[in-house]
Ligand binder design. Structure first.
Ligand code: AMP
Length: 568
């Protein structure tokens, strides 16, 4: 039998509010938590936003409030001002027929209003750890009558470094209080916190919503921590990004990254949990309209974020919990569109990557960072594309007139074109391609997999200018191989060839391999790195098969077009 709200024996004013809000049935987390809290148990609730968790603790709190007493009876601690305001709003909605007095306290605003309200008397306090502690220390917040404490989004409080503040706040409340802890994830440090401050807690877990990640291309780059920014900007050069959402572990890192990106000419903004609703909306609308292409956020700040058409999600820092990963990348590749999820992992985070792969049941392609040479080629390629576009459009009237005037005055047209290109490329010089230090020797060693995959033939390919190394399993399907290529394309024994077709011709690595290997009659594995740019493609061929490949020139055909391979 399904649980009904009537089963909870709530005050009539609360039942009235539930009806007014249009709730007909408790959500699973409410069905689990409410009876336990009413029995007086301490509870650990594992649930995300959107599950109805706020009402799950708000109803028992309100049911227990003594309306006659104007001293804080319940305390909710939340990681951000935004969440604190949301919780307050929910408590006020549910308590609308009781006339409950709720105070929200958070930093960054003046004390006077909060102090005035405290003087008048409040029954429920909701706030962020820093300001709550501040008011306790100033002797303005008396928590001695508090019977219920809720730690909301405890994992976020932990990752934001609020643990000590939370501990100090708990110390200011009565020992016999009831404590409920909510967290989207339960990493060991949260369990430890629960063990320390909750008495024989019962746990209610709501399964993480199953976000499909299949539509999303997933890549992982192993990078040194200090190279993350450099790698990110290199990828920005190579990827076709419409809008990107970057996740960092802490709010401080979010701010730092935004500064660095803006300095480097990538307009970006931070989405911080501290923003007022108005400021958040402002940022979001600029993101939606494309004025800002890059949004940097923590997991807390990104909650509830729903933007169509995010092409790239970057996990600048891997999340502590695998479930969080699913939520992050669930923001791309929606509505049938494919998105790209790019994760940066430190060499020491291989196990975390493995856990994520197991959880999502999807392997991440281990990709290599674009080289300086590749970025330069890409820059040149896009410059040529732009020139081509103008040549096709033929509407550069003013410029033509200028050219004609200069030619008439004796300037050599080729010299002039070269000088114009120099001017066009001046901006590039402002963007030096950052150096990246090699990974520690240990990290470069190919990882051994459990399933006896050591005898695979390796096949390298490239997607959209991104190099990936794949390996064949015995079933012949290409699978990402967990190894990092030490050197880039100029491997010993490989010769680089070039052809005049590229992305604009719809080329894919598999087509290139099939055409060259098939036509020249050589093994696919004799082809190395394939790098597809807009208008050209380079292919590395093993030296011993070079002759065969060159001999087949004139016969290579891909997607209906013939091509010739020449030395790159
Ligand atoms: P929360 O997970 O607390 O952020 O709640 C998510 C949304 O679910 C809020 O907009 C609530 O108003 C709504 N909600 C909470 N409980 C119920 C319920 N039993 N039935 C329908 N909606 C609910």
């Amino acid at each position: 039998m399904t649980v009904q709200f009537e089963d909870f024996k709530l005050r009539p004013e609360l039942v009235q509010a539930i009806t007014a809000l249009g709730y007909t049935q408790p959500t699973p987390i409410q069905a689990g938590i409410i009876p336990l809290m009413q029995e007086g148990c301490d509870v650990t609730g594992q649930a995300q936003t959107g599950t109805g968790k706020t009402a799950a603790f708000a109803l028992p709190i309100l049911n227990r409030i003594d309306p006659e007493q104007y001293l804080p009876q319940a305390l909710v601690v939340a990681p951000t001002r935004e969440l604190a305001l949301q919780v307050t709003e929910m408590i006020q909605s549910l308590g609308q027929f009781m006339g409950v007095s709720v105070l929200t306290v958070y930093g960054g605003t003046s004390y006077s209003q909060q102090l005035n309200q405290l003087r008048r008397g409040v029954q429920v306090v909701v706030g962020t750890p820093g300001r709550i502690l501040d008011l306790i220390k100033r002797g303005r917040l008396d928590l001695t009558e508090v019977h219920t404490v809720v730690l909301d989004e405890a994992d976020e409080m932990l990752s934001m470094g609020f643990v000590e503040d939370v501990e100090a706040i708990l110390a200011a409340t009565p020992d016999e209080r009831q404590t409920t802890l909510f967290s989207a994830t339960l990493p060991p440090r949260i369990r430890e916190l629960a063990r320390k401050y909750l008495r024989n807690p019962k746990t209610i877990a709501i399964q993480a919503e199953q976000v499909t990640v299949a539509a999303t291309e997933q890549r992982v780059y192993y990078v040194n921590e200090h190279d993350k920014l450099a790698v990110l900007t290199r990828l920005f050069e190579m990827e076709d990004i419409t809008t990107a959402l970057i996740f960092t572990r802490t709010r401080v890192r979010t701010g730092e990254l935004v500064n660095e990106l803006n300095l480097r000419g990538y307009p970006s903004e931070a989405l911080s949990g501290d923003l007022s609703q108005e400021a958040r909306e402002h940022t979001m609308s600029r993101f939606r309209s494309g004025q800002v292409k890059v949004l940097v956020a923590t997991d807390v700040a990104a909650r509830g974020l729903d933007v169509e058409g995010i092409t790239h999600v970057f996990n600048y820092d891997l999340p502590e919990e695998t479930e969080t990963f699913v939520h992050r990348i669930g923001r791309t590749g929606r509505a049938g569109r494919t998105g790209v999820a790019i994760s940066f992992a430190r060499p020491s985070e291989r196990r975390q990557v493995r856990r994520i792969e197991q959880f999502t049941r999807q392997e991440m392609l281990q990709a290599t960072v674009p080289t300086i040479e590749e970025i330069q080629a890409k820059r040149l390629d896009s410059l040529l594309s732009k020139i081509e576009t103008w040549l096709k459009r033929g509407r550069a009237k003013e410029e033509r007139a200028l050219v004609e005037a200069l030619v008439a005055s004796g300037v050599d047209p080729i010299d002039m074109a070269a000088a114009a290109l120099k001017v066009a490329r001046a901006e590039e010089k402002q963007r030096p391609i950052p150096e990246i230090s090699p990974l520690p020797e240990k990290a470069v060693r190919p990882e051994r997999r459990a399933r006896g995959e050591r005898s695979e033939r390796s096949e390298r390919g490239s997607r959209d200018g991104v190099s990936v190394r794949r390996s064949r399993e015995s079933d012949g399907r290409a699978k990402p191989r967990a190894s990092i290529r030490g050197k880039q394309s100029d491997e010993a024994g490989m010769i680089r060839l070039e052809m005049g077709l590229g992305k604009v011709d719809g080329l894919r690595p598999a087509d290139v391999v099939a055409s060259i290997a098939g036509t020249a009659g050589i093994p696919g594995a004799s082809l190395g790195r394939i790098y597809i740019q807009n208008h050209r493609t380079t292919v590395d061929v093993s030296e011993e098969y070079l002759e065969k490949v060159v001999a087949a020139n004139g016969q290579f055909k891909v997607r209906g077009q013939f091509f010739t391979l020449i030395k790159g």
